[in-house]
Write a protein that binds this ligand. Structure first.
Ligand code: PLP
Length: 411
C-alpha cells in the first residue's frame, strides 16, 4: 500500500466532511476516541448557551422553559436509532456502572428461582464488580457471579443461570460477540440478557430490537462523543417495562415526581430507571454531540472503521521492524469492533513515546497497545502518518528512554 492509494481512500470517503464538525488539536493523530470521543464543535456553543443563558439568566425557569426535565428522555430517544431501538425503551442517565446495578437487579427479580449471573473472565472490570457488590448485598442464594472464557459461553448456558451479562466488544482485544445468536441461545434456556454496548454504540450497527435483547447499557463519552464523564444510557425492552422493578427508586423515576408523595410509585415505563436529578450541563453536551449523527449511516461508519483498521494492520505488517508487535485482535474484521490491540513487552513505553510524538493511543495492562478507529473524524492519511511515527519510535528505540516509563494515575 502506497501513499497515493491512501489519498485515494480519503477522496472516496463519504464521511470525510464529518471531520469538520469536530474540534481536533493540530499535530495530533487521535486514535483513542474509543476511550474519550473528540469534541464536536456544536458542543462548545451549546454548553456556553446552557451556562450563560439558561442557567445564568433563566435560572430555575429553565426546567420548563428549556425543557431540562425531559433531557434524559430526549437524549435517550436520540441514542435509540443508533442502537436499533424503537421509541420508549432508551433513557440517558447515570453511569454504566450504576445502570448495570439497576438492570442486574431488575433481571434477577424477573427471573426468580435462578441465581447465577454468567459473564466473561475478560469483561470490563466494573461490570464484574457491580455483580460482586450486588452479590454481597443479596447473598449468593440470590446472586452469584460465574465467569467463563468467551469461547465457552454457549456451553455454560445452564438452567441455574438467571442473567447473561456480556460486553459486545471486548475492551482489550476488540473481539465482537454475536448478539443475535447468543441472545437467542440464552432465551432458549430461559436466561435474560444484558448487553454492554460501551465499545459498540456509535462504532457499528447494533440491533437491540431485532435481536430481541432484554436489557442494555452503554456509554456517552466513547464513540458518542459526549465529553468526559458524559452520562450513560440504558435500554429496557418494552415487553418487560410493566413487570420490572429497580432498587434505586429515586424521585425522578416516580410516576409523579412533583406530587411529592411519600410512597414510591413506578410509572411502569422507561422513566422508572431515572434516579436523581440529571446533570443538565453534561446531558446538554451529549445532546449537542448526538446531532453529529443526524445524516450519518451507521453502515458507512462500520465500513470505514473496518477499512481504517485493515489499512493499519497491513501497514504494520509490511514493516519488519514492527514484527515484535503481535496483533491480539482477530484479523477477521466481521468479528472485531472498531479497535486493534497489539501486545509488546514495552507496550507502555511505546504508547508514551507515541503520545509525545502526537499519536494518541492507549495502554491496557499488562502489555497491550490499543488503537481506536473513529470514522467520523479519522482519515486514512492519519493512519498512514500514525504508522510512520510508530515505525520511527520503534526503529530509533526512542521508547527506551527513561521518561517513557513513568506511569500517571490514569493509563
Ligand atoms: C468504558 C466502559 C465502562 C465504563 O463504565 P462507567 O460506569 O460509565 O464509568 C463500563 N463497561 C465497559 C465495557 C466499558 O468499556
Amino acid at each position: 500500500m502506497n501513499f497515493n492509494e491512501i489519498v485515494g481512500l480519503d477522496k472516496a470517503d463519504p464521511l470525510a466532511s464529518k471531520r469538520d464538525e469536530f474540534e481536533l488539536p493540530a499535530h495530533t493523530i487521535y486514535l483513542d476516541g474509543n476511550s474519550l470521543g473528540a469534541l464536536p464543535k456544536a458542543v462548545k456553543s451549546r454548553v456556553a448557551e446552557v451556562v450563560t443563558q439558561q442557567w445564568g439568566n433563566d435560572l430555575i425557569k429553565s426546567w420548563n422553559v428549556h425543557n431540562w426535565i425531559d433531557l434524559p428522555i430526549h437524549v435517550g430517544e436520540k441514542i435509540a436509532p443508533i442502537i436499533g431501538a424503537a421509541k420508549g425503551q432508551v433513557i440517558c442517565c447515570d453511569s454504566i456502572s450504576i445502570n448495570l446495578f439497576k438492570l442486574l437487579s431488575s433481571a434477577l427479580t424477573l427471573n426468580t428461582g435462578r441465581n447465577v449471573v454468567l459473564s466473561t473472565q475478560d469483561n470490563f472490570p466494573t461490570d464484574l464488580y457491580m455483580v460482586q457488590g450486588l452479590s454481597d448485598l443479596l447473598g449468593t442464594d440470590l446472586c452469584q457471579l460465574k465467569l467463563v472464557q468467551e469461547q465457552h459461553i454457549k456451553q455454560s448456558l445452564t438452567d441455574d443461570v438467571a442473567v447473561l451479562l456480556l460486553t459486545q466488544v471486548n475492551f482489550r482485544t476488540g473481539q465482537l460477540l454475536d448478539m443475535q445468536t447468543l441472545t437467542k441461545l440464552a432465551h432458549d434456556k430461559g436466561i435474560l440478557v444484558i448487553w454492554d454496548l460501551a465499545h459498540s454504540a456509535g462504532a457499528l450497527p447494533v440491533e437491540l430490537d431485532k435481536c430481541n435483547v432484554d436489557f442494555a447499557v452503554g456509554c456517552g463519552y466513547k464513540y458518542l462523543n459526549g465529553g468526559p464523564g458524559s452520562p450513560a444510557f440504558l435500554y429496557v425492552a418494552k415487553r418487560h417495562q410493566s413487570a420490572v422493578k429497580q432498587p434505586l427508586s429515586g424521585w425522578m423515576g416516580h410516576a409523579k415526581p412533583f406530587a411529592f408523595d411519600a410512597n414510591y410509585q413506578s410509572p411502569e415505563n422507561i422513566n422508572q430507571y431515572l434516579c436523581g436529578t440529571p446533570s443538565v450541563l453534561a446531558m446538554s453536551a451529549l445532546d449537542a454531540a448526538l446531532d453529529v449523527w443526524q445524516n450519518v449511516s451507521i453502515a458507512q461508519v462500520r465500513d470505514k472503521s473496518i477499512a481504517l483498521a485493515n489499512v493499519f494492520i497491513s501497514l504494520v505488517q509490511s514493516q519488519s521492524c514492527l514484527a515484535d508487535l503481535r496483533l491480539c485482535s482477530t484479523e477477521n474484521s466481521s468479528q472485531r469492533g472498531s479497535q486493534l490491540a497489539f501486545s509488546h513487552e514495552s507496550a507502555f513505553a511505546i504508547c508514551q513515546a507515541l503520545i509525545e510524538k502526537g499519536v494518541i493511543a492507549d495502554f491496557r495492562a499488562p502489555n497491550i497497545l490499543r488503537f481506536g478507529f473513529t470514522p467520523l473524524y479519522t482519515s486514512f492519511e492519519d493512519i498512514w502518518n500514525a504508522v510512520g511515527i510508530l515505525v520511527d519510535v520503534v526503529n530509533t528505540r526512542l521508547y527506551t528512554e527513561p521518561r517513557f516509563n513513568l506511569a500517571g494515575k490514569v493509563t
